[in-house]
Design a protein around this ligand. Structure first.
Ligand code: ZN
Length: 508
């Protein structure tokens, strides 16, 4: 029996190597590869991924997993081997259920769809993208059908990003969030607009870069096991817990872009650097879900990096780096500018409060599409109505509306809710960390982050994928996914910033 387990683990290690090698090629493609290299590189990545997929879906792996079922019964459920067997069986099941031809058809369709979408967006012409979108939705419905009878056809798609979560669970939590967020956004929009011109001055790029790196070193990002580079879209990639890389994007006339982006990616990277080394080359060597991953990035970016305590420590240092821009600007002016809330049309430019309404409306539309209540051709009208209802804005054209995101053209349906799940979880986890280590808020004011990072390492990071998101949330916080702590955090912070009384949130 041990022999079968060892054989399985050796095979899984080789498979992990193939996928990680393709990620190295992907990292290079987005950072240093000359523009001419694209075509050959895409082939190289596709070949490695195909090899990995073929190796993983061989019937032999299924036989081993079957033979090892009694072993799994006997093992301590918290042991690494039990985790490996559970997760490998789940991955194997998913990989085998969707026929290879369907996977190939999705790959072909989405690679074509990208160009069609980009052109349609540039021309503000939804009709030009509609046939592709209809095709993608049809293909995703077929994927969903491979998993048999479900409460919602959305569930198997969501499961790809949040193993074990269901549309109904997410909807209930999001509905609660929406009930309180819409009035909060309305109340903020009714207040005088915050002047954030201080953020738009001319900031030397090298100095921005150096400052960001100095901050994340203090967070605990280990540069002997990581590095930062530039890319068009910031991202984090992990080749093993001893090589976790981040990228950022510098904007000369908007300092939060690189700085807050660096803190965000660092949050992802701390998670990956914190996965227990003994899990490397196993299916557990990764974050457990996109939502839990995003809880880490948003915790370091928002709960830490946009807090007043953080800036109490770092603002004098930032003033010293940019005396001409910030020397005469008070901490509170800077803090308020950095936390400016303003309903806007574009998700990626949205602030901490309104961001959730952007993802929430996409989630609702995706579920309606998958459950057949909404037709793709009616998406623009449905989108615009929700933007009006949640954000109070009119959408002037589809490039600033339904065509703005790349996700659907790439076939990513079920992805959007993970952003807001991350926000919700960031506060559930952070509150638990502060309960366990009460000095955390004071530590942050002194530029000390070891207590927070140590708690995250112990309770979340080291487990990798051993527990599903729902299991991890229950284990760490003692309760299920819950929007209340996050809502309370937003209200406390933004009612104070904007001088909004409780009675102003009660008119709906
Ligand atoms: Zn992220």
């Amino acid at each position: 029996m041990d022999n079968t387990l060892n054989q399985l683990k050796a095979r899984l290690a080789e498979i992990a190597d193939l996928f990680k090698a393709s990620e190295v090629l992907g990292w290079d493609m987005q950072t240093y590869m000359p523009p001419g290299g694209g075509e050959a590189r895409s082939e190289q990545i596709a070949t490695l991924q195909k090899l990995g997929h073929e190796k993983f879906t061989q019937a032999e792996i299924g036989q081993w997993l079957e033979e090892l079922k009694p072993t799994l019964e006997r093992l301590d459920p918290d042991s690494d081997d039990a985790g490996i067997l559970r997760v490998a069986a789940r991955d194997y099941d998913r990989a085998r259920k969707v026929p290879t031809e369907l996977v190939a058809e999705i790959a072909r369709t989405t690679s074509m769809a990208h160009e069609v979408w980009a052109k349609a967006r540039a021309e503000k012409n939804f009709q030009a993208f509609l046939p592709m979108l209809e095709k993608i939705i049809e293909l995703k419905r077929r994927v969903s059908a491979c998993f048999g009878e479900q409460d919602s056809p959305y569930d198997p798609l969501l499961d790809d990003y949040e193993p074990g979560m269901k549309a109904a669970q997410v909807r209930a939590v999001f509905d609660e969030l929406k009930r309180d967020l819409v009035p909060l956004v309305k109340a903020i929009a009714a207040k005088p607009e915050v002047d954030d011109s201080v953020l738009h001055k001319d900031y030397d790029e090298q100095k921005q870069w150096d400052f960001g790196e100095a901050v994340i070193k203090r967070f605990g990002y280990d540069f002997s096991r990581g590095r930062q580079d530039k890319s068009v879209h910031p991202f984090t990639t992990s080749f093993s817990s001893s090589d976790v890389r981040i990228t950022t994007r510098l904007m000369r006339n908007f300092i939060p872009s690189a700085l807050m982006g660096t803190l965000h990616e660092c949050g992802h990277a701390l998670y990956e650097q914190g996965v227990a080394p003994e899990l490397s080359r196993t299916p557990l060597a990764d974050g457990t879900s996109l939502g839990v991953h995003e809880s880490q990035s948003r915790m370091w970016e928002n709960l830490v990096g946009r807090s007043r305590g953080f800036w109490k420590y770092f603002y004098p240092q930032l003033q010293a780096v940019f005396p001409e821009n910030l020397g005469k600007v008070d901490l509170d002016v800077f803090y308020k500018a950095l936390n400016k809330v303003k309903p806007s049309l574009i998700r990626v430019e949205a602030d901490e409060v309104t961001y959730n309404l952007h993802t929430l409306l996409r989630f609702e539309l995706e579920v309606d599409l998958m459950e057949g209540r909404l037709k793709a051709k009616d998406l623009p009208a449905a989108w615009n109505a929700k933007v009006k209802e949640y954000l109070g804005l009119d959408v002037p054209d589809d490039s600033q509306g339904v065509l703005q995101d790349v996700h659907w053209s790439a076939g990513y349906i079920g992805y959007f809710p993970t952003y807001t799940l991350g926000n919700i979880l960031s506060v559930q986890f952070f509150e638990k960390a502060v309960q366990a280590v009460p000095s955390i808020p004071a530590d942050i004011e002194h530029g000390e982050f070891g207590g927070l990072l140590g708690w995250l390492r112990e309770n979340i990071h080291r487990h990798g994928r051993k527990y599903t998101p729902n299991e991890l949330i229950q284990r760490v916080t003692g309760s299920p996914l819950n929007a209340k702590p996050y809502l309370a955090y937003l209200k406390k912070k933004y009612q104070a910033l904007y001088g909004i009384g409780d009675e102003e949130l009660r008119h709906n």
